[in-house]
Design a protein around this ligand. Structure first.
Ligand code: TYC
Length: 105
């Protein structure tokens, strides 16, 4: 066993960094499906993501045509709760509407 793994760490100083580390942002992604009515998707985008009718319509149509659309970026916790909220709106109305999240590069 190399002793590098077992030796206690004596230097616990944080590594110095040139820039302040910002939390990684996560994308909320709207997935297309064949069943959720277009108008329902628009209503959910307006309610959960505070979009205008126009913005919501464009995002819905992008997902419809390209299979998915990035809706917004947030910190991990906010992205995950917004995605769940949107998906839950669909589920309660009996639609398969789905939002997912993924970390930004
Ligand atoms: N494709 C759906 C339809 O034709 C509408 C839709 C658009 C559903 C975007 C989900 O993310 C979505 N009724």
């Amino acid at each position: 066993m190399p002793d590098i793994d077992t030796k206690p760490r004596t230097d616990t100083r944080p590594k110095t960094r040139k820039k302040t580390q910002r939390p990684r942002l996560h994308k909320v992604i709207l997935l297309n499906d064949d069943y959720t009515p277009r108008e329902f998707v628009v209503q959910v985008l307006k309610a959960v993501f505070r979009m205008s009718e126009d913005q919501a319509y464009r995002v819905m149509m992008t997902a419809h045509r390209r299979d998915a659309c990035v809706v917004a970026v947030y910190t991990k916790d906010v992205a995950e709760s917004k995605a769940s909220e949107g998906t839950e709106h669909g589920r309660k109305a009996g639609h398969p509407l789905t939002f997912t999240t993924e970390p930004e590069e």
